[in-house]
Design a protein around this ligand. Structure first.
Ligand code: ATP
Ligand code: MG
Length: 131
């Protein structure tokens, strides 16, 4: 996902350029806004964390871009491309270093395993929307 902060700040094009230039193929994509229920379900793993309410407020405050990306070693390579959760710790040239503003508003989400990528892809897309 390209998160609401990056959409608000006009970074959809810049982020997609970094993603496709790094060799990822976009196999599904949409521009949408998460409901509170959607965000709570998507980030359910974090529901006991102190920042959960803030995370749900943030992720629902405006539109996002969701996409399914395909590449060899995609999960690991995408997390390297986006950089550390806190942009202050992210390596030079990473998407979060370039486009994120804070640990909470960090521009993009990346799946953390192939298993979660499949779950998250099905959360956002119907089968006929995946190419
Ligand atoms: P994501 O799952 O969005 O790709 P991540 O895997 O790098 O990010 P997680 O630990 O899964 O990081 O946290 C999920 C999201 O919760 C973060 O991307 C960020 O938006 C928010 N978050 C994480 N830690 C904090 C924090 N300490 N304070 C506020 N928000 C936070
Ligand atoms: Mg995560």
């Amino acid at each position: 996902m390209i998160k609401p902060d990056a959409v608000e700040n006009g970074h959809i094009g810049g982020i997609l350029d970094k993603i496709t230039s790094a060799g990822f193929k976009i196999v599904a994509m949409k521009y949408t806004q998460l409901s509170r229920r959607d965000a709570q379900a998507f980030y359910a793993i974090h529901k006991e964390r102190p920042f959960f309410g803030e995370l749900v407020d943030f992720m629902t405050r405006g539109p996002i871009v969701s996409a399914i990306l395909e590449k060899d070693n995609a999960v690991e390579d995408f997390r390297a491309l986006i950089g550390a959760t806190n942009p202050a710790d992210a390596a030079e040239g990473t998407i979060r270093k370039l486009f994120a503003t804070s640990i909470a508003e960090n521009a993009v989400h990346g799946s953390d395993s192939d298993e979660n990528a499949a779950i998250e892809g099905a959360f956002h897309f119907a089968g006929r929307e995946i190419f």
